[in-house]
Design a protein around this ligand. Sequence first.
Ligand SMILES: Nc1nc2c(ncn2[C@@H]2O[C@H](COP(=O)(O)OP(=O)(O)O)[C@@H](O)[C@H]2O)c(=O)[nH]1
Ligand SMILES: [Mg+2]
Ligand SMILES: [Zn+2]
Length: 354
Amino acid sequence: MEYNHLSPLGWNTYFENQITQDERELIVGKVSIENKTNYQVLAAGETYIAEATGRLFYMAETDAELPKVGDWVLMMEIDKGKAVIQKVLQRQSVISRKVPGKKLEEQIIATNIDKLFIVQGLDSNFNLARLERYLALAQNVEPIIVLNKADLCPHPEDIVRQVKERIKNVEIVVAAALQNQVSTLHPYIKAGSTIAIVGSSGVGKSTIINSLIGRPFMATGEVRELDSKGRHTTTSRHLMLLESGGVLIDTPGMRELQLWGDQYSLSTSFEDIEALSEHCKFKNCTHTDEKGCAITQALDEGSVDEAHWINYVKMIKELAYLETRQDVSAMLERKNKWKKIHKEQRELYKRRNI
Ligand SMILES: Nc1nc2c(ncn2[C@@H]2O[C@H](COP(=O)(O)OP(=O)(O)O)[C@@H](O)[C@H]2O)c(=O)[nH]1
Ligand SMILES: [Mg+2]
Ligand SMILES: [Zn+2]
């Protein structure tokens, strides 16, 4: 099978190298929608409705191992436009959170992402602590903060300055999607590169996508889907290929974003604090009331923002709790091991500026 035609969807040698000789007969596709019982999969010039094989379900230790939007899968055609998914190729990146509620399980938001648009509204929705939390999603992925609804804010530049003071080294753009002012996003959208869009419900994710596509493609506004018991259901994620090149993934608004990861997830939002923590007297310092804590000292001196520190301590606690749970800790270890293997490759991609 020739794979070149898959490159607009983000196909590369990392995936191609995973295909064995025997598997070359199978159809390669990218999961674009996850429905309750099946998937929509984009392949060369054809869209399939596919189910996962029983074997795939049986072999999966956790839900995270089943096909997710963004995954490259190997399929066998069973009828015109119908297929069964036999294998999920190893992912290059994953963005995930803890499932809402008490259960300690990973919920995958999207896979094989290159960039992440983290959207907030420049209205009452704007919240720095929430931005820091969303940035923890961006593992192996380049985050871009998108401040939307600029039309509702008299001085967006003041807010941009506030963000820059607290979050270093992350790009920030301003948009007004309802007015079709999204050109600040264009430089990030490239053929063969996949961008997921995340943010709370109502910040304008779907409006941004419609404006980028140039027509009303996604439903916008108050689209709250309720199941028969009146609970909010997870609306499916949508992956779409832009005519101009580039792949976008719309994700349902998240009411709560609980972390799924290890301390490594905090390095983007809290680079400054993590650097200081190397000077704490105790290795296991909690940065709250220990003597010789470099962070609380910086706090006293006013060189670290108090709200920034409070959010850091809160998120560290949340992650530490996950790591004390043995079953979870094993899963995180697997995620981590995989992360190390691909770190080098990611750096290569960054240099190539994909
Ligand atoms: N004033 C203003 N409203 C916007 C803008 N972008 C989106 N909206 C509105 O915000 C509401 C939620 O937008 P939607 O795209 O559905 O948000 P989503 O839940 O993040 O997908 C809709 O009523 C949009 O018309 C914007 O730039 N300015
Ligand atoms: Mg939406
Ligand atoms: Zn400390």
